[in-house]
Design a binder for this molecule. Sequence first.
Ligand code: ZN
Ligand code: ZN
Length: 279
Amino acid sequence: MSKPRHAKIFVDFPYFLYNKGMKIKFLGTGSAIATSKRDNTSILFEYNAKKVLVDCPGSIVSKLRYLKVDFRELDALIITHFHPDHVYGLPSLIHSLKPFGRYPDIFVPEKLYGKTLKLLEIFNLSKTAEVIPVTIKDPPVTVKDKIEKFNTTFFKPRHTPASLGIKIFSREKAKERSLIYTSDTGPMDKSATLFKDINCLIHDCYAPASFKSEISELDKTHSSALKVGEIAAAAGVKKLFPVHFSGETKFSINLIIKEIRKNYSGQIIIPEDLKSYTV
Ligand SMILES: [Zn+2]
Ligand SMILES: [Zn+2]
């Protein structure tokens, strides 16, 4: 086996910038247990015709086609962690791309490099896309520390030992802008520093805090709406997309908004499956 190309703390996706006009397309907005309206969370980021998919559950090809996105044009795929709802569609996506011979680079937390290869090997797909292990820096890099030529960095959310969250910077000189997708996470101690003054936060928001007695993971490996509101308010986040809503139990989205609003007065956007948002 040849030595993998290794992505250090920063990755330069020249096309993966948080500048005006970036499109965020939600392929799913639900948790591991999907509902009729919300499938497992995965997100496509598009900027200047370049496409980065984050996580790969289920029928990615069908969803991209629904959104009129050519599935053969994915530039990168980032796997945030190895829970089935974030990764089980990977062999199917790569298999679908095989006839065309064009694959996205697959970025995974370094601890998951071997597992990702194994998953592809099961289906004889290991000689297809390049899998690139990513080093995660903790404490995470802030805007102040960022190195000019890079634009994407990864951090450790509070979830599995090998999970990553993504921070994308802009290169707009006049005003520093950045976007964070936490992936699955409980409330993080470092959130005040990590999220400080960011423009756009896509945060795990599993269920309302009032469901705490029913959902044991709440505020441990996933976040309640109440906590998300506190966190976004403390950091001065401008735009908040709560995501990864639990399908384990029934609650109304209005309750999510109500809890977030107890502390946060910025813009809340509740994303829907198969909808596109320009930021
Ligand atoms: Zn999940
Ligand atoms: Zn998870």
